[in-house]
Every structure is written in structure tokens, then in C-alpha cells.
Design a binder for this molecule. Structure first.
Ligand code: ACO
Length: 355
């Protein structure tokens, strides 16, 4: 199978403040040991108050542009994958376009949560193949700290600005959401894409799927037009702005569907699983990545994980991991790389690329 679209450069940024597990245990009933054992996560970054998802997206974009040696004004299309935009509407793409000082180029948002990056790559590839973009900026950006139920006092503790204990009442409230709070971080990753004249290098194939029959397995039960009004005091009082997650169901889906997608994309592209030099799974949970690795019987050196240092950053996990691997020499020219993810919806899929 011939490639048409390549990634020319990549970059990422995180939230400004590093938050180790031990800080999370000061605001809810959890422990460093529990978090490491169940998820592999050791620390995550949260943004400082005032930083928006568009700011992280712009930071990552600037790094990717510099890496690709492409000027911002050469970009002719922006695609952003996020489930945490600055506003309910408009989407993030146009805000990023304006903050980067670009012209009136098209800007598009992708809403596929943890599989936003694998879905978005297919959209970007199609735009480039159709001649609609020559230098396309694709960003995955998320700020999850907005989901956290902490008070101002609680945030001071989490961000390391205070050591004053929070009330038992507040601790009990936060602990209602503890299985979710400990998993997420804030970050953005970006890539610059365009057509290539080397048919051996670039995106080789996609395998994407959705199953919408159980959206409540992972969703935000407020701020939507299934409600009138779409956001209310009651939603806040009941903590319905925090995502609800059936962790076991998500886990089971991820360790089943992600390996299936990898095998399917290999079959579609006519390559063998053994030909893959590096698998980059969406970083949801280290135990999920290990489950996927085991199902595919891949050795450790052919699967990359960095969730230990960033937590789950949803649409940003794959471009961040890709950038780290490229810059550390884990991905070399000619390597076959597979990206795979599953997230809320459910949506899942895999993408194959020859570096
Ligand atoms: N700290 C301490 N104890 C906790 C915490 C916490 N943060 N969270 C839950 N517990 C307790 C529970 O209350 C429960 O206690 P009990 O036995 O007394 O009732 C015990 O730990 C086990 O809880 P479970 O929810 O059954 O734990 P499980 O082993 O399923 O692990 C987890 C939970 C980590 C969320 C797991 O289900 C998981 O990883 N699921 C996948 C979800 C995921 O990765 N989501 C990311 C977003 S979606 C995506 O990116 C694909």
C-alpha cells in the first residue's frame, strides 16, 4: 500500500504544574500505592488557573511547526481533537487559528475523545489526499482539571501552594469521584502534516469503529442538550460536571477492541504484526496497555508507554508519545509505527504509518 501523507514535525506541552500522586491523596481517599498499582500513573501536570485548552494547543503547535521547519503562515488547514474545548461552542480550531495569528484558513474540531487522534489522522489524510491542504496542523489538546470537583482551598493543596488540610466534608465529596480524578492530566501534542513524494513513507491505513449503544459507560451527565436548561445549579450540586465512568467496562472494551483494531489495520495494509516496530497505544491506563501488549504477544521494546509521567491526556496522549519516541530515536526513518486507541462513545481504531 502506498502512502500519500506524512508527518513532518511534532511537539508537545503540558500544564505548568507537576502534581505527584501523593498530592492527590491530600484531597481524597487515595494513595500513591493504589494509583500506581491500578493505573501505573506516578504524576500528572495540571494547568495554572487562567490557562485554557487553546493555550496548550498553541504551545504544542509552535513546537511542531519549529520541528517541521514550517512557518505558521504556511499552514492552510487546522484540525483539533479535544473533548475539553475552551467553550461549549465555538470549537477550539478557530480559537487556535486566531491565537497563532493565521489567516482565514479552515479550522475543524474532532470530537472522538480518547480515539480523537487516530480518527483525526484519517480526516487529515483524506483532506490532504483530496488536495484541500498542503501544510496541515493537527493538534490533540485537553485540560481535564476543569472536571475536578475541588474547592479553591483544595486546588491550593493539589497545586502545592498550601499544606492546610481540607475539611472531612470536602474530602468525602472529592472521594466520590476518586477512581476518575487520579487518572487524568492536562497537555497538548501537535503534528504538521502534508503530502509526500516518497510513497514508502507516511500513513498507510486505518481501521476505525464506533459502538454508540452504551454511551453512559463513559460520559459527562450534564452540560448537554438532553437537559433543559443544558446546565443547571442542580448539575453542579450533584457533581454531574465530573465524568461518569464504568471503569471495568472501559477496561474490558479497551483490552478487546484495541488488539482487534491493530490486527485489522495490519490485514488491510497487507503487513504482518511482526513487521510493526513500535506500537503506541492511547495512554488510558498502564494496565490497559499491558493487556493490549499481552493479547498481541508483543515484546516490551515494541510497545511505548509514558502514562507514568503524564496521566491520561485523552486526545494528546498519542502525539506526545510519538514526539518523545521520534526525538529519543525510538522511531527511526522507515520504521512501521501503529497508533491505537479507544475512548468514550465508544470509538476506537488503529492507524499504521511508515516513518
Ligand atoms: N484510590 C483508592 N481506592 C480506590 C480509588 C482510588 N483512587 N478508586 C477506587 N478505589 C477503590 C474502590 O472504591 C474499590 O473499593 P472496594 O473494593 O472497597 O469497593 C476498589 O478500589 C476497587 O475499585 P474498582 O473500581 O473495582 O477498581 P478497578 O480495579 O476496576 O480499577 C480503574 C479502577 C483503575 C478505574 C479501572 O477500572 C480502569 O483502569 N478502568 C479503565 C478506565 C480508564 O482507563 N479510563 C480512562 C479514561 S477512558 C480511556 O481513556 C479509554
Amino acid at each position: 500500500m502506498q502512502a500519500f501523507t506524512r508527518i513532518f514535525g511534532s511537539g508537545f506541552v503540558t500544564g505548568e504544574t507537576l502534581v505527584p500522586n501523593e498530592r492527590m491523596s491530600k484531597v481524597c481517599d487515595t494513595s500513591d500505592e493504589w494509583i500506581r498499582e491500578r493505573s501505573g500513573i506516578q504524576e500528572r501536570y495540571f494547568v495554572n488557573e487562567g490557562t485554557a485548552t487553546s493555550d496548550l494547543a498553541v504551545g504544542a503547535a509552535k513546537k511542531a511547526l519549529a520541528d517541521a521547519n514550517v512557518k505558521a503562515e504556511e499552514i492552510d488547514y487546522i484540525v483539533v481533537a479535544t473533548m475539553t474545548p475552551d467553550y461549549y461552542f465555538p470549537g477550539l480550531g478557530s480559537l487556535v487559528q486566531s491565537k497563532l495569528g493565521l489567516g482565514h484558513i479552515p479550522a475543524l474540531d474532532i470530537r472522538q475523545q480518547c480515539s480523537g487522534f487516530v480518527y483525526g489522522l484519517q480526516v487529515c489524510d483524506a483532506l490532504i489526499r483530496a488536495g484541500q491542504a498542503k501544510r496541515l496542523l493537527f493538534i490533540g489538546a485537553e485540560i481535564h482539571s476543569g472536571f475536578m470537583p475541588f474547592s479553591k482551598k483544595g486546588w491550593d493543596v493539589v497545586m502545592g501552594r498550601s499544606n492546610e488540610a481540607i475539611s472531612q466534608e470536602e474530602r468525602d465529596w472529592n472521594s466520590k469521584f476518586r477512581h476518575l480524578l487520579v487518572l487524568f492530566g492536562d497537555a497538548a501534542g501537535a503534528v504538521v502534516m502534508g503530502p509526500t513524494d516518497d510513497p514508502q513513507r507516511g500513513l498507510l491505513g486505518f481501521s476505525l469503529h464506533s459502538d454508540g449503544k452504551n454511551p453512559e459507560a463513559l460520559y459527562v451527565p450534564s452540560a448537554g442538550f438532553a437537559y433543559r436548561p443544558y446546565f443547571s445549579e442542580e448539575h453542579v450540586r450533584e457533581g454531574r460536571f465530573v465524568p461518569v465512568m464504568d471503569g471495568r467496562n472501559v477496561f474490558k472494551m479497551a483490552v478487546t477492541r484495541m488488539p482487534e483494531a491493530v490486527l485489522e489495520v495490519c490485514a488491510k495494509a497487507g503487513v504482518k504484526l511482526d513487521d510493526i516496530n513500535l506500537l503506541i497505544p492511547h495512554q488510558a491506563n498502564l494496565r490497559i496497555s499491558e493487556g493490549v501488549q499481552k493479547a498481541l504477544k508483543l515484546p516490551d521494546d515494541r510497545v511505548y508507554n509514558n502514562i507514568q509521567r503524564y496521566g491520561n491526556t485523552t486526545a494528546a496522549t498519542i502525539p506526545i508519545a510519538y514526539d518523545e519516541c521520534r526525538k529519543a530515536g525510538r522511531i527511526k526513518k522507515g520504521d512501521l509505527v501503529c497508533f491505537v486507541g479507544l475512548g468514550a462513545g465508544y470509538h476506537w481504531g488503529a492507524t499504521l504509518m511508515r516513518e
